[in-house]
Design a protein around this ligand. Structure first.
Ligand SMILES: [Zn+2]
Length: 150
């Protein structure tokens, strides 16, 4: 599967999150050497009554369990939206090799905006970062979701 394929899976997770009333964000963790998808998740904040149940955190936790290791050294995270500061820090803790995200998030992002967590001297691991992959699809999902709320 190519990078586009993984982002398509993340987008599918975002779509199912939206149909559960969640902010449509989806994430996939891939074991890069084998190409195997270790975990995928959508936001579950409302469903789980958990303010930390962002797609990235859920996918990282499940991938680490699947791998049987607390660090995802050879793994890549695909997520449909620029991660927030909490998720960016989780990505650093997880030692992910690469972060690939879809839409940029000027209001809530913590990678290219706001805290820019991964650029701080207190951040001890900086993954390779690729933003804007399938950006228009990810942004369209979010736009439709928030338009329906109004
Ligand atoms: Zn987050």
């Amino acid at each position: 599967m190519t990078g586009d394929g993984y982002m398509a899976r993340a987008l599918a997770q975002a779509e199912s999150a939206a149909s559960a009333g969640e902010v449509p964000v989806g994430a996939v963790v891939v074991h890069a050497p084998s190409g195997r998808v270790l975990a995928e998740a959508g936001n579950r904040v409302e469903t789980d009554c958990d303010p930390t149940a962002h797609a990235e955190v859920l996918a990282i936790r499940a991938a680490a369990r699947a791998l049987g290791a607390p660090r995802l050294v050879d793994c890549d995270l695909y997520v449909t939206l620029e991660p927030c500061a909490m998720c960016a820090q989780a990505i650093a803790h997880a030692r992910l090799r690469r972060l690939v995200f879809g839409a940029y998030d000027p209001k809530g992002g913590g990678v290219e905006h706001g805290a820019r967590v991964l650029e701080q001297p207190t951040c001890h691991h900086r993954p390779e970062i690729v933003g804007g992959v399938e950006e228009s699809k990810a942004a369209a999902l979010l736009k439709a979701f928030f338009a329906a709320l109004r």
